[in-house]
Design a protein around this ligand. Structure first.
Ligand code: GUN
Length: 293
């Protein structure tokens, strides 16, 4: 069984990006610049944003992190986004989700200039993804495609089951896997909370992408011999024996699933690292597009 190691696959992507930023610096040019906005102090969001900023540094990107209080007025956030939209030295803008309840997430996403929307969440970019046009692929699905590419996992003609229909992962992943792209051309079933016979649907899958946020949801009996298992789950579960007081759990029961699987992503150390690789690649794309136009 092959462990789809995110450390290995993301290191390969980041090495290419680092070579690109070094070449830019040698040529006396500025490097791609990601601006991240974090509202409030959700523990998981803090960790993710800190990791995104650290990875920018490691690959020679510029980054700016703006922190806003949880009770900030919506228009203050929108104004910050507009400021970044208008700043030619910012290539990519990211607003970490989820946002506090009083802020309209859709309005925030629609305020980001689509050409700087490196999360690929803007409706214009989602529309382009659906139509197979060049766009920013949301970072987690993009990271999964990069993972499949790195480990040469064949997808053409396979039965893929995606569990979870979020705008961030499940929905775009289902569209990409069904698209006519190198890591696509699957027959896709998108399962969600109202799906009946979910277990038997999964048991027929050649590829399972679990993105529902329920620890150990995918059990051994749902994994067909030879299936490829992509675990997107990153739920924090209490663990008094750990220093932080919690552990990260995936959506897949790794021990059970590994019995039948031909390949599986670990948690942590799998898809999470690829999400950052996808985000960095999108930021480089935004930079390149801005410098070609
Ligand atoms: N929250 C969870 N995943 C993501 C992501 O990929 N981008 C942003 N902006 N927020 C998230």
């Amino acid at each position: 069984m092959l462990v789809l190691d995110g450390k290995i696959a993301s290191a390969a992507v980041k090495a290419t990006l680092l070579a690109q930023t070094q070449a830019l610096k040698t040529a006396g040019k500025r490097t791609p610049h990601l601006a991240a906005i974090l509202v409030g102090n959700n523990g998981a969001s803090e960790t993710y944003v800190a990791s995104k900023v650290k990875n920018c540094e490691e690959t020679g990107f510029e980054s700016t992190l703006v922190r806003l209080d949880a009770d900030i007025a919506e228009n203050v956030l929108l104004e910050k986004i507009i400021e970044f939209n208008n700043n030619p030295l910012v290539d990519g803008i990211l607003v970490q989700l989820p946002l506090p309840k009083h802020i309209d997430e859709a309005k925030v996403i629609e305020t980001i200039n689509p050409s700087k929307d490196v999360d690929g969440f803007h409706p214009a970019n989602v529309g382009r993804l659906v139509q197979g046009l060049p766009t920013f692929i949301p970072a987690t699905p993009y990271g999964i495609l990069l993972m499949l590419e790195h480990f040469n996992i064949p997808t053409k003609g396979k039965n893929a089951v995606v569990i979870g229909r979020s705008n961030i992962v499940g929905r775009p992943m289902s569209i990409l896997l069904s698209s006519n792209i190198p890591q696509g051309n699957c027959t896709v079933t998108l399962c969600h909370s109202h799906t009946t016979h979910l277990k038997s649907i999964c048991a027929q899958a050649d590829i399972i992408v679990a993105a529902l946020g329920a620890p150990n949801f995918v059990t051994g009996d749902m994994v067909k011999p030879g299936a490829v298992i992509i675990d997107v789950g990153i739920t924090r579960v209490e663990d008094p024996t750990s220093k932080k007081g919690f552990r990260i759990k995936g959506d897949v029961n790794y021990e059970e699933a590994s019995v039948n699987a031909s390949a599986i992503t670990p948690v942590p150390g799998g898809v999470g690292l690829m999400t950052i690789a996808g985000l960095l690649k999108n930021t480089m794309k935004a930079y390149e597009a801005a410098h070609l136009s």
